[in-house]
Design a protein around this ligand. Structure first.
Ligand SMILES: CC(C)(COP(=O)(O)OP(=O)(O)OC[C@H]1O[C@@H](n2cnc3c(N)ncnc32)[C@H](O)[C@@H]1OP(=O)(O)O)[C@@H](O)C(=O)NCCC(=O)NCCS
Length: 148
């Protein structure tokens, strides 16, 4: 069983634990996450908890008719349980609460990130364009889009 909820400032220490487990090369720390929540009026953070506590989180932002995914991470020991899919579904459900119809969801993913690309393709995202050298000049980003 799992539960998805919207994060508040007090959640960011635990979100930072997921960051550290999922993005060890450049994790966002709790201070940065709190600032993002405070300063970005469009930012939404969803956390997913199971019996063991926080396992995953998703950050996205909706501006006008378009949503952008900024971060999605599931702790390594909790992968392939459908948690990322559940967070993406919850994000899409939230779109009905915005004044303008959200017609597009977008994201950038590193070209070699097979798990994430497979996940997004399974959720209906398609490659729109390749951004050359997006990650530190070496790796390309795939810009993926889903029409809603
Ligand atoms: C990518 C990531 C978020 C996927 O999370 P997850 O909870 O394991 O994904 P789900 O269990 O919801 O998977 C849903 C579907 O995505 C696809 N998928 C997910 N991981 C996959 C993998 N390692 N290999 C192939 N397909 C995969 C499958 O189609 C899967 O359905 P299935 O399990 O029924 O076959 C997770 O691997 C992760 O946190 N990676 C590190 C951080 C990261 O790269 N984030 C994305 C940045 S853009």
């Amino acid at each position: 069983m799992y539960r998805i909820s919207r994060c508040k400032e007090k959640d960011m220490e635990e979100v930072a634990e997921v960051e550290a487990a999922c993005f060890p090369e450049a994790p966002w720390d709790a201070g940065y996450l709190k600032k993002e929540l405070k300063d970005n009026p469009f930012a939404v953070f969803l956390r997913l908890d199971d019996e063991e506590g926080i396992q995953a989180y998703l950050q996205y932002a909706v501006t006008f008719d378009s949503s952008t995914i900024y971060r999605l991470g599931v702790k390594p020991e909790s992968r392939r349980k459908g948690y990322a899919k559940a967070l993406l579904d919850e994000m899409e459900k939230s779109f009905k609460d915005y004044p303008e119809r959200v017609s597009t969801s977008t994201l950038e993913v590193e070209e070699g990130n097979k798990a994430a690309i497979a996940l997004y393709e399974s959720r209906g995202y398609v490659l729109a364009t390749r951004k050359k050298g997006y990650y530190g000049g070496k790796k390309d980003a795939l810009y993926m889009v889903k029409g809603l």
